[in-house]
Design a protein around this ligand. Structure first.
Ligand code: NDP
Ligand code: 2IT
Length: 446
């Protein structure tokens, strides 16, 4: 068999048989295949060589045990993985997630998405994702350090600046990257850009911490400009209060919008007066320094805290920035009924496929692989700076980030042009696919 099967049901039933029970991975592939298979059917150039079959099989998955000792002297064991999905256009690149819900299926979905996202940035980066079912909540700094060191003791064999360059994701921020990079440096006896998201004092790029959240808002700005509208004066609902959400809130405030909500896994706050710079500083201290719960915001500013998610709040713009499947069909309907204009995903696959279907047909809707690509894009800029042994200014990095988000928007418009509105999902899927597919074809059957 060397011709890609372009029937979606046949393609998916084969994929499900080969990957039983991996529902997150099935969903991610289904979303891409439903756009890419019709594109292949219409384009002879992409019909040979089983391109999508090859792109849905990771290059390799490394799975290993991480043993560590907690503060009470108990020996603990977790499972960790690195899914090296595809290095057709550059060294593997993608984050590491620490969360109790991490499974091989979750990391395969994220690695698959990353391959398309990284292609869209225009930078030479392949796709990968890693992580562990380790739950960092409530752990001391010492426990986090010992876990990170143990994880890197195994992982260091498989990564390197020209091989695979991990970064952060849920549960992995500056502290964890620092501990992992420190151990990598020690074990490899080298100082290279083998990870990104590093501290600025040891090779990190300025602007990387802010890049995903700022980039999502830059992408939203492009979508709004394309319909002769803007962000200024618009109300926004945001979920999460981690890295992506915090800097999405920050850029919304800087561009004159009025964000109304933030959340964590225990619930959300709704501030009808809007989250301003001073209130955002409070959330940054709460989440980045004290690692507290979002409910404290409601206690301090006298607004509402509720369990659940913020999607019943009326707003012009929506930014799901917490985790996968956090916005379902009912949530999407409620946002649409409340007059939503546009939604840009900060998280990876936050909308269920039913929700995505509704949003795609009713509002401007940007999938994460396009709208949250600013984070990995600035990771790519960090790799360039490390290779050249230079550090760019924040102005330089921010200018490049804005240009990259604009180019991704253009690519989505090129491949996603539609009758009523741009189909950003189709645009991102086909735009991401073509570059990787061209590389696969030109490099022979490997
Ligand atoms: P963080 O760990 O910094 O923050 C995650 C936020 O989401 C927290 O507020 C957390 O709440 C909440 N959250 C996590 N899991 C759940 C859950 N199961 N239910 C409800 N809330 C939850 O992660 P990031 O901000 O880095 O990542 C957020 C999303 O953005 C992820 O989908 C990630 O893959 C994606 N992303 C991240 C990039 C980056 O550069 N960091 C780049 C591109 C995408 P709590 O603290 O209570 O757990
Ligand atoms: O999902 C993502 O794009 C990330 N977690 C960032 C990956 C990276 O290598 O910066």
């Amino acid at each position: 068999m060397s011709k890609t099967c372009t029937d979606l049901d046949t393609f998916m039933s084969g994929l499900k048989k080969r990957n039983p029970g991996q529902k997150e991975f099935h969903a991610a592939v289904h979303e891409v295949a439903s756009d890419v298979l019709p594109f292949i059917a219409d384009n002879k150039d992409y019909q040979g060589e089983c391109l999508l079959e090859r792109l849905t099989e990771p290059d390799r998955i490394i799975s290993f045990r991480v043993s560590w000792v907690d503060d009470d002297g108990n020996v603990r064991a977790n499972r960790a993985w690195r899914v090296q999905f595809c290095n057709a256009i550059g060294p593997y690149k993608g984050g590491i997630r620490f969360h109790e819900t991490v499974t091989e299926s979750v990391l395969k979905f994220l690695g698959f998405e990353q391959t398309f996202k990284n292609s869209l940035t225009g930078l030479p980066m392949g796709g990968a994702k890693g992580g562990s079912n380790f739950n960092p909540k409530g752990k001391s700094d010492g426990e986090i350090m010992r876990f990170c060191q143990s994880m890197m003791t195994e992982l260091h064999r498989y990564i390197g600046p020209d091989k695979d360059v991990p970064a952060g994701d849920i549960g992995v921020g500056a502290r964890e990257i620092g501990y992992m990079f420190g151990q990598y440096r020690r074990l490899s006896h080298t100082f290279t850009g083998a990870m990104t998201g590093k501290g600025v004092s040891f090779g990190g790029s300025v602007g990387r911490k802010e890049a995903t959240g700022h980039g999502v808002v830059y992408f939203m700005r492009e979508m709004m400009h394309a319909v002769d509208d803007g962000i200024e004066g618009k109300t926004a609902v945001v979920s999460g209060s981690g890295n992506v959400a915090l800097y999405c809130l920050e850029k919304l405030i800087q561009l004159g919008a009025k964000p109304l909500t933030a959340s964590d896994s225990s619930g959300f706050i709704h501030d009808p007066d809007g989250i301003d710079e001073e209130k955002l500083d409070f959330i940054k201290d709460l989440k980045e320094v004290r690692r507290g719960r979002i409910k404290e915001y409601a206690d301090k500013y006298g607004c509402n805290f509720s369990e659940g998610r913020p999607w019943d709040i009326k707003a012009d713009l929506a930014f799901p920035c917490a985790t996968q499947n956090e916005l379902d069909k009912d949530d999407a309907q409620s946002l649409i009924d409340n007059g939503l204009i546009a939604l840009a995903e900060g998280a990876n696959m936050p909308c269920t496929s039913d929700a995505q279907h509704l949003l795609r047909n009713n509002v401007l809707y940007a999938p994460g692989k396009a709208s949250n690509a600013g984070g990995v894009a600035v990771s790519g800029l960090e790799q360039s700076q490390n290779s050249q042994r230079v550090s760019w200014s924040i102005e330089e990095v921010d200018k490049r980030l804005q240009e990259i988000m604009e180019k991704i928007h253009c690519k989505c418009v090129k491949y996603g042009e539609g009758k009523d509105r741009t189909d950003y999902v189709r645009g991102a899927n086909i735009g991401g696919f073509t570059k990787v597919a061209d590389a696969l074809q030109q490099c022979g059957v490997v």
